[in-house]
Ligand binder design. Structure first.
Ligand code: FAD
Length: 280
């Protein structure tokens, strides 16, 4: 993990010839040759699905008609409100606990913030490598927010220390994160520990407000795919409940929140669109 604060930092750093921007420029020219019209940096304010083709309403009050739409508007990870927080994103603050992040943690003290199932799974996973996992939750406990089986597994895992009524108050380090201070509920004291990796698992908010009530969203607002409005399975994994509208990447309910999977889903969905539009 190169840890430069940019998403996708574990990707191989290739010495690209031409560099990325030029490559993207060429791809743009090629797409235009095929008749694509690009409207980069236009926010979509709304989707009018009252007729077909659909109409995408742009922030500059213009509209674009489309027979098929791919929703790839991503999600915003909830962050902690702390001084210097942004400086430590990618330098010790993580939003996912995969094998990649786990490699940073052998023998370390780490913190998982959050009391939901994803926080619980992260704590269990990290407890296999970390010396200690401090699990900080604002509530009295986990029962109201986490599945029973996970609550029990956490309680019986010696390497996990559950800290209810606790919250981080300060982050320290000159470049990378080096230490973390938190208010510790059980002892009612401020605690500072040499923690270099903090996993913030307090949820993500999908960028789906612009979809209005056009298609099915899950309880957290992510786009449901692979199921029609009445719940029957659809042949296309990335099809939403609204015919001709697809969702890929972070915005899709149940997707793996990683760059590689988002890119992969984006390439796979093209076939579905071809089929939908009656292409070869
Ligand atoms: C700090 C951080 C570090 C991360 N590190 C890694 C990592 O090391 N490795 C990894 O694999 N993943 C990492 N991730 C996750 C990774 O960034 C995402 O999984 C990936 O970017 C998802 O791609 P996406 O295209 O679905 O969404 P995004 O990359 O979020 O792209 C969505 C785009 O849609 C735009 N948009 C949103 N709403 C609208 C609208 N209404 N109109 C027009 N445009 C809109 C947004 O501005 C954005 O440009 C990290 C995420 C964060 C926040």
């Amino acid at each position: 993990h190169a840890g430069d604060g940019q998403p996708g930092t574990e990707f191989l750093r290739l010495d690209l010839r031409p560099p990325g921007q030029a490559l993207a420029g060429r791809a743009q020219i090629q797409a235009q040759k095929f008749g694509a019209r690009l409207a980069i940096s236009r926010m979509v304010k709304g989707l009018d699905c009252s007729g077909h083709p659909y109409r995408l309403l742009l922030e500059d009050a213009r509209a674009v008609a489309a027979r098929a739409v791919v929703v790839a508007s991503g999600a915003r990870y909830r962050k902690l409100d702390l001084p210097d927080y942004e400086r430590f994103e990618g330098q010790g603050i993580h939003y996912a606990a995969t094998a990649i992040e786990a490699r940073l943690c052998p023998g370390e003290e780490v913190i998982v913030v959050g009391g939901g199932n994803s926080a619980g799974q992260a704590a269990m996973f990290l407890s296999r490598v970390a010396q200690r996992v401090h699990m900080l939750v604002r509530a009295e406990g986990l029962a109201a927010t986490m599945s029973d089986y996970l609550v029990q597994r956490i309680a019986s895992t010696a390497a996990i220390s559950l800290r209810p009524r606790s919250a981080i108050t300060a982050l320290g380090g000159t470049g990378l994160l080096e230490e973390v201070t938190w208010f510790d509920g059980p002892s009612e004291h401020s605690v500072t520990r040499p923690v270099r990796n903090v996993f913030v698992m307090i949820g993500a908010e999908p960028n789906t407000a612009w979809l209005e009530d056009c298609l099915a969203l899950d309880g957290k607002g992510f786009v449901v795919t692979g199921r029609a409005a009445d719940g029957t399975p659809l042949a296309d994994t990335f099809a939403s409940s609204l015919p001709g509208v697809y969702a890929v990447g972070d915005v899709r309910s149940g997707s793996t929140k990683r760059v590689a999977s988002a890119v992969g889903e984006g390439s796979v969905v093209v076939q579905s669109i071809h089929r939908y539009l009656g292409g070869p």
